[in-house]
Design a protein around this ligand. Structure first.
Ligand code: NAP
Length: 341
């Protein structure tokens, strides 16, 4: 029997890689897309012809219930979110409604329709927030520091409550930063890959950065969607911390990206003291042991390979005129301890 999977946030980075993975596993893939965001389906490229799109307002409980009733999915992946954390300060209520509201509405739809649909919630390492120990695992307390993280935590607990009270197969991945050529240019990895490619092609001459000593746990999006899928294939629904367990500094990020285009980063990087952040005592870094043991999950793509993919993709896009070169005026995020950025 062909399995049906519904995905919210199908037009995002993870939506793309997850659709690809599910199609390869023979699923019927249906994206739940709000009417006003349909123009963004172009981001799926040729994949748009291989998935189905169901137009639905994610704020409409009845419409979501109807979608679940009609499509009768075996699996639902709830990925939709305004994922650029600083934006959540501009619209805390909208952030809460989309992130927590959508999770709650879908869980309620599954419960009310009475299906055995398996549900995945896209939780975030941002929920750990103001960390006081490293690395973090599934037992580390949550101390969210911004509206995005608070909304993700509320959605996370709602998922746990629906599992405990109603016996739904509901689980979540507490994912650390994961990147790919599809990462939005608002994020620091993409800012750096785009700058390295732009400078290589003579389309830009400097890259403005803040604290080069800040460290992150960066993985590859393609590996992380595999973890999402694996969580829904085992017998027990649980929470899983998903990250590489390895830290790299922003300096590593810059030097590796510039190495991809055979340039010496120190000739091009300018430190903007306005972008400097206070040093972090404890680092946000995963202990993915539980995922390794229970899911058999391992990262496949190294930090260097991620950057190689990203820089190559940006070189090709710039050469074809598909995107504009880097500028220094973009707001970027290194996603963590940047609460007021
Ligand atoms: P992304 O590339 O920013 O994609 C976000 C998706 O959510 C897009 O499909 C976007 O639609 C949709 N969306 C945003 N605002 C919306 C709104 N108001 N109404 C309906 N849909 C909306 O994010 P991602 O990297 O794929 O991340 C997937 C999920 O994992 C998100 O929930 C994110 O918070 C979470 N997460 C990501 C990371 C990471 O490092 N990537 C880490 C931890 C957790 P449009 O295309 O129309 O904008």
């Amino acid at each position: 029997m062909t399995k049906t999977a519904l995905i919210t946030g199908i037009t995002g980075q993870d939506g793309y890689y997850l659709s690809h993975l599910l199609l390869n596993h023979g699923y019927r893939v249906v994206g739940l897309v709000p009417p006003h965001r349909e123009p963004n389906l172009a981001k799926l490229g040729p994949l748009a012809n291989l998935v189905e799109i169901y137009t639905v307002d994610l704020r409409d409980s009845v419409a979501l219930l109807t979608a679940v009733e009609q499509l009768r999915p075996q699996e639902i992946y709830n990925l939709a979110a305004p994922s650029f954390v600083p934006d959540s300060w501009n619209d805390p209520l909208g952030t809460l409604d989309l992130i927590t509201g959508t999770a709650t509405r879908i869980l309620e739809a599954i419960r009310q329709v009475g299906l055995s649909t398996r549900f995945y919630q896209a939780s975030s390492s941002e929920m750990f927030g103001d960390v006081f120990c490293s690395p973090q695992d599934e037992n580390t307390p949550f101390r969210p520091k911004n509206p995005y993280a608070a909304a993700k935590l509320h959605a996370h607990w709602t998922m746990v409550h629906h599992r405990q009270r109603y016996g739904l197969f509901a689980c979540s991945g507490i994912l650390y930063n994961h990147e790919s050529p599809l990462r939005s240019p608002q994020f620091v990895t993409r800012k750096v890959s785009l700058a390295a490619a732009s400078i290589k092609l003579g389309l830009a001459d400097t890259l403005e950065m803040g604290n080069l000593d800040a460290k992150r746990d960066w993985g590859f999006a393609g590996d992380y969607v595999e973890a999402m899928w694996l969580m829904l294939q085992i017998d027990e629904p649980e929470e899983y911390v998903i990250g590489t367990g390895k830290l790299h500094s922003v300096r590593d990020l810059v030097s590796t990206a510039f190495e991809c285009v055979e340039l010496d980063w120190q000739r091009y990087v300018v430190i903007n003291t306005n972008l400097l952040r206070p040093d972090e005592h404890f680092q946000l870094v995963a202990n993915p042991s539980k995922a390794k043991t229970n899911l058999g999950w391992e990262t496949q793509v190294s930090f260097e390979e991620i950057l190689e993919k990203m820089v190559q993709a940006d070189l090709e896009r710039l050469q074809s005129g598909a995107i504009a070169p880097a500028t220094n005026s973009q707001r970027v995020s290194i996603q963590h301890n940047n609460a007021n950025q």
